[in-house]
Ligand binder design. Sequence first.
Ligand code: P53
Length: 476
Amino acid sequence: MSILSKDFLWGGAIAANQSEGAYNKDGKGLSLVDLLPAGRERTEPLFNPAKGLNKNFTFYPSHESIDFYHHYEEDIKLFAEMGFKALRLSISWPRIFPNGDESEPNEKGLAFYDKVFKTLEYYNIEPIVTINHFDTPYYLAKNYGGWYNRKTVDFFVNYATVLFKRFSKYVKYWITHNEINMILHIPYIGGGLIIKDTDNKNQIMYQAAHHQLIASSLVTKIAKEINTSNQIGCMLAAGEVYPNTPHPDDVMAALSKNREQYIFIDIQARGEYPNYSKRMFEDLGVNIHKEVGDDEILKQYPVDYISFSYYSSRLESGDESINSNKSAGNAFASLKNPHLEASNWGWQIDPVGLRITMNQIYDRYQKPLFIVENGLGEIDEVDRDGNIHDSYRIKYLSEHINQMIEAVKDGVQLIGYTSWGCIDIVSAGSGEMKKRYGFIYVDRDNEGNGTLKRIRKDSFYWYKKVIQTNGDSLTY
Ligand code: P53
């Protein structure tokens, strides 16, 4: 008998900017990601987002992506065939407010999500909606300085209010910002921040994060006023940081690195900046400018649940010369853990780390958790028989779900599990199509060629059985 409750939310997750395409259809404005080419050029300083669309790059992967905008019915039907109880998706902010600073929304953008939510309702799939998944309108980044500018809080509040009013009849679970801590690692994508070398980078990132935190609390208040059943979650790019050795300096360094992630959730779950932030900000030369009432807003409107992504654990040393050997396989650089294997993109695979991370987060906050991203980005080949035999993905997911169940047995309260990129989509980190996470293959390559045909992978049938048995059958 499954330990998971019968209404456990099994499903998958995608984001608008990585799946929809139709980047300039029906009045949509440019999103931050629409300016990013594929591959190496994607990351600064090779790519300068301040300059706008660059004619030297002929291919921008988000512009068409997998065209979920026109394939959503077919795709949701496939999710239903797998037995999905939930789909995490995001709403494209520039589809609703093309520049971000308008007062009235773009009706055609809203109409698209009406259709998506109606289709989900038809199949009894619960939508989990991220309001801001790396998708601030580019106009706000360019003309206002993105989230560094306090005005962006007002624009976001207006945008979120429109969504709550229009979609609360379909949506109960909302997530305000995707991976809020990523603003420290990919500030352009996370916060629309275009930072110059001469800027005080930490000051800009933490001030922008403060604005995101305030915005999150403000919209929590509004969501509850509009519909008391609305549930608002924060979202952390999680993954426990381990000490490199038992040396106390390494343990202290790991603790500090963990605080770099938990600081945001400490604020969102407990409603105040933690004590350690005072010294941390002093050391970083950061001075957060707060407006009157900010502390009260944070305190009064904490989140209802804590959602997070988990791909890997990390390793930290107290010795900076050792830390300089970190590999940047991920936006989170990490030392190599000799006990773990890594994916072709250098992401270290650690299923037990998921159990550890879940227990740490739950011990810290005692609020329900929701795993809204987990999965393996790998190269898939279509076999001569036309199928995709992704046994490596099945192994990864099976081991992680097994450890997730162990954490539930440990006493962690868990709402659901939505595996990342349940249909192949464009990678956020590298813009590649080649890095696939899906149960469903999409015929499209790194250069944008392909028929966009959808094919069920072996993992599709495996996951269907996992859901059917509520996690009892994980064999592969
Ligand atoms: P990709 C790393 C780098 C960029 C985004 O990442 C990330 C991470 C992981 O911590 O965060 C999430 O596509 C993000 C998704 C993203 C997914 O990880 O680079 O919320 O948008 O696609 C996987 O392999």
